[in-house]
Design a protein around this ligand. Structure first.
Ligand code: PEP
Ligand code: MN
Length: 354
């Protein structure tokens, strides 16, 4: 399906990426203004603040709602920055527009729901406001594309995407796995649509923001949306991933923007994808070995032998056939599984003979 994109028309600082910065949540007028004033002094042109917060569990801070919108109007009047907030329902859209919000984004949990996305898209018919659509929480490119097409189909042409990583059950370095190949594939499909990276939600930790931001720039992303708070440790949501306006300024000063980086075509981007996949492979192998060691304990307790040949042949046959279906040589897949099996037998022997 085709997409019709117009420029977002958002301001950015010279020699810096398009930058949207501000707190995860608008908590109090004082917190919003203190953060905004400092960001504006540091040259930031677009202020973000969550007014309605989708929380995984009830009982957390769910945002100030409409009460916070006049604070964002004050930010704009006093600092000249544009304002941005997350919308999840047509009522949010109506209220945000009524209070002069300049940029809307759709959160990851909303993008995952086509009914909610369609309702939002319908509420934006005939309205010229830029909309950025975050990837859905799950790594489903089609769902992300579908959401973008729903907005575009409703006439939203100042449209972009935000890459905020994908959740998974395993605990690892990142809060949300970047899976860079997904935004890169999105870019391949819609080359004129800008994609902004959200290093705060990918990393989940403030010390990862600089590296992730530089990585995004090296891969040719259009800009960054970064969570920034006047007193990050006291933030009512996402405290561990927020930085002060001065830290953000320090990070942005050190970002190197290389010319002519193309999101899909840069060799470095492809190598980064390979590195990322190798990380995932190592991660999976580590987990597989851990489970093999648990099996060894079971075998030891039940006086079983280490190798059950039936099970081993089943794995080789099944994975060989699966590899062939995926376009790989079955003997290559067999070799991999023989090596994995050899290492897991070695680890099991260690436990059984202890
Ligand atoms: C946010 O931007 O504060 C937010 C809730 O993000 P996400 O939808 O990416 O989880
Ligand atoms: Mn947040």
């Amino acid at each position: 399906m085709e997409i019709e994109i117009e420029k977002l028309g958002l301001p950015s600082e010279e020699n810096r990426p398009l930058l949207i910065a501000g707190p995860c949540s608008a908590e109090t007028e004082e917190q919003v203004m203190a953060t905004a004033r400092k960001l504006a002094q540091n040259g930031v042109k677009i202020f973000r603040a969550g007014v309605w917060k989708p929380r995984t569990k009830p009982g957390g801070f769910e945002g100030q709602g409409e009460t916070a919108l006049p604070w964002l109007e004050t930010v704009k009047a006093e600092t000249g920055m544009l304002t941005a907030t997350e919308v999840a329902t047509p009522e949010h859209v109506e209220q945000a527009l009524r209070h002069g919000i300049d940029l809307l984004w759709v959160g990851a949990r909303t993008t995952a729901n086509p009914f909610a996305v369609q309702a939002l898209a319908d509420s934006l018919r005939g309205v010229d406001v830029p909309v950025l659509v975050k990837n859905p929480v799950n790594p489903d490119l089609e769902l992300w594309v579908g959401a973008l097409l729903r907005f575009n189909g409703a006439g939203v042409k100042r449209l972009g995407a935000i890459h905020r990583g994908f959740s998974s059950i395993d605990q690892k370095l990142f809060r949300n796995a970047p899976m860079w190949h997904l935004p890169i594939e999105l870019h391949r499909r819609f080359p004129t649509m800008p994609i902004v990276c959200d290093p705060s939600h990918i990393g989940g930790r403030r010390d990862l923001i600089a590296t992730l931001s530089q990585q995004a720039m090296d891969m040719g992303f259009e800009g960054l949306i970064v969570e920034c708070h006047c007193n990050p440790d006291q933030a009512w949501s996402d405290a561990s991933q927020q930085v002060t306006p001065d830290v953000l300024d320090f990070i942005m000063d050190r970002i190197v923007i290389r010319n002519n980086v193309e999101l899909t075509e840069s060799l470095a981007a492809l190598r980064k994808q390979i590195d990322q996949m190798d990380d995932q492979l190592m991660d999976l192998l580590t987990k597989r070995m851990r489970i093999c060691r648990e099996i060894a304990t079971y075998k030891k307790e039940h006086s079983m032998g280490v190798v059950q040949t039936g099970r081993y042949s089943e794995i080789l046959d099944k994975r060989g056939a699966q590899g062939a279906l995926c376009g790989m040589d079955p003997s290559f897949v067999k070799k991999i599984y023989e090596s994995i099996h050899e290492e897991s037998v070695r680890q099991q022997m260690e436990i059984i003979n202890k």
